[in-house]
Design a protein around this ligand. Structure first.
Ligand code: GDP
Ligand code: MG
Length: 163
């Protein structure tokens, strides 16, 4: 079984943007897409010669945190069950939300490596704002811009070390 990285997080944080960017790294994107389901997209990627499967979770992309108990928690649990490593994405634009705390709590109970990624850090001015995520009680987070790709190399360097 290959290595699987799942991207989880509440709606609109930028999961699909990162997913698409990771797949862009390969030429045979379309052919190597393992499958598409209604609420989860699978694709192949690689970093430094290490192949892995990426899962984009979603299907709950409505602007309503009340969906947590339903779709988001279901998707997070599936990701925990299925993935080798988990990218938990939050975003600096909207900041830390109750749903972020709830997802983080679920992930902490898993025994999987979890990488917390603060997205939409498009320039250095957002780096300072990102420090609010230390309130999750974490020691480390990664800042990235899925839109420009900055920071994605650092996270992938660490993720592939688990494999
Ligand atoms: P998802 O719901 O978590 O899959 O989020 P999407 O990938 O669909 O992105 C939600 C919105 O955020 C879209 O309008 C994206 O263009 C935007 N977005 C994603 N990544 C970034 C980023 O790094 N910076 C900025 N400024 N916008 C982003
Ligand atoms: Mg999406």
């Amino acid at each position: 079984m290959s290595n699987i990285v799942a991207i989880v997080g509440r709606p609109n944080v930028g999961k699909s943007t990162l997913f698409n960017r990771l797949l862009e790294r390969r030429e045979a994107i379309v052919d190597s897409t393992a499958g598409v389901t209604r609420d989860r997209h699978y694709g192949k990627s690689d970093w430094n010669g290490v192949d892995f499967t990426v899962i984009d979770t979603g299907g709950y992309d409505v602007n309503n945190d009340d969906v947590f108990q339903g779709e988001i928690s279901k998707q997070v649990q599936l990701a925990v069950d299925e993935a080798t490593s988990i990218i938990f994405m939050v975003n600096v634009e909207e900041g830390l939300t109750d749903t972020d705390y709830e997802i983080h709590e679920m992930l902490r109970r898993s025994n999987k490596p979890v990488y917390i990624v603060v997205n939409k850090v498009d320039s250095s001015k957002e780096e300072l704002a990102a420090t609010e995520f230390y309130q999750l009680g974490i020691e480390k987070y990664y800042t990235i811009s899925s839109a420009t790709g900055s920071g994605t190399g650092e996270i992938l360097d660490d993720v592939v070390k688990d494999f």
